[in-house]
Design a binder for this molecule. Structure first.
Ligand code: NAP
Length: 209
């Protein structure tokens, strides 16, 4: 596929662009300040900032191009109507790592059996939003409005632990992303499945598995 990558020079972009190219995609990086000229491409991929992602997506949809978006910390719901009107797709995942999606699924299962849970999410000190999109999505799946603790320190990539407490026992479900290449499989899957999705907004890797 011919793909525009918004944020190709960012931490995630630098890790993912070579993987997408090795998988056979033609990737054009678009950086901040560059015209989002994507007409004629098959899809855009966005790993930028919560301020930039909505405008990038609108520009792509107005040029007839569907979007795969990993940027967190913003509400993609308003894009649904525009995408539907144009017969295009917007796929947004708060986490493109398969292990993290499984961690969320297992947490949802465990929540049925434990009265209390708290979420600890740990990320690189440069992450702009808190709590993380994955922690918010996990809290929604667990229900009951669990407390989310956000840790931002150098040396971290992306990690999350969901702690369940009950009388006399604790259950801990943890996922660690040790390198940003972990997001590649999810992005590749989203690009392949994009044309099969219904027009409009789809959220979460779970919808593709
Ligand atoms: P980052 O290192 O700060 O990279 C963001 C990149 O986007 C920077 O190169 C930035 O350029 C560029 N940028 C900003 N505005 C832009 C625009 N309008 N057009 C094109 N490029 C623009 O951040 P990151 O760690 O790569 O993370 C990026 C986003 O992905 C964050 O929201 C993060 O939470 C999210 N994320 C999601 C997942 C997932 O699985 N869904 C995984 C990891 C990260 P400048 O440096 O010049 O500003």
């Amino acid at each position: 596929m011919k793909v525009a990558f918004f944020g190709a020079e960012g931490k995630v972009g630098r890790a993912l662009v070579p993987v997408l190219e090795r998988a056979g995609h033609q990737v054009r990086g678009i950086e901040i300040g560059e015209e989002p000229d994507v007409a004629g491409l098959d899809a855009t991929v966005d790993f930028t900032t919560p301020d930039a992602a909505p405008a990038n997506a609108r520009a792509a949809l107005e040029q007839g191009v569907s979007c795969v978006i990993g940027t967190t910390g913003w509400d993609p719901q308003p894009l649904d109507a525009l995408a539907r009107d144009r017969g295009l797709r917007v796929f947004v995942a708060p986490n493109f790592s398969l292990g993290a999606v499984l961690m969320m699924r297992f947490a949802q299962q465990a929540a049925q059996y434990f009265p209390r849970a708290e979420v600890i999410e740990l990320h690189s000190e440069t992450k702009k939003d808190a709590p993380s999109g994955t922690a918010r999505a996990t809290a929604d799946l667990i229900g009951g409005d669990p407390v989310i603790h956000s840790v931002r320190l150098p040396g971290l990539v992306a990690h999350q632990e969901v702690l369940f407490g009950g009388p006399g026992q604790l259950l801990s479900i943890r996922h660690d992303t040790t390198a940003r290449e972990s997001f590649a499989d999810g992005v590749l899957l989203a690009l392949v499945k994009l044309p099969e999705l219904p027009p409009g907004l789809t959220v979460g890797l779970d919808a593709l598995l």
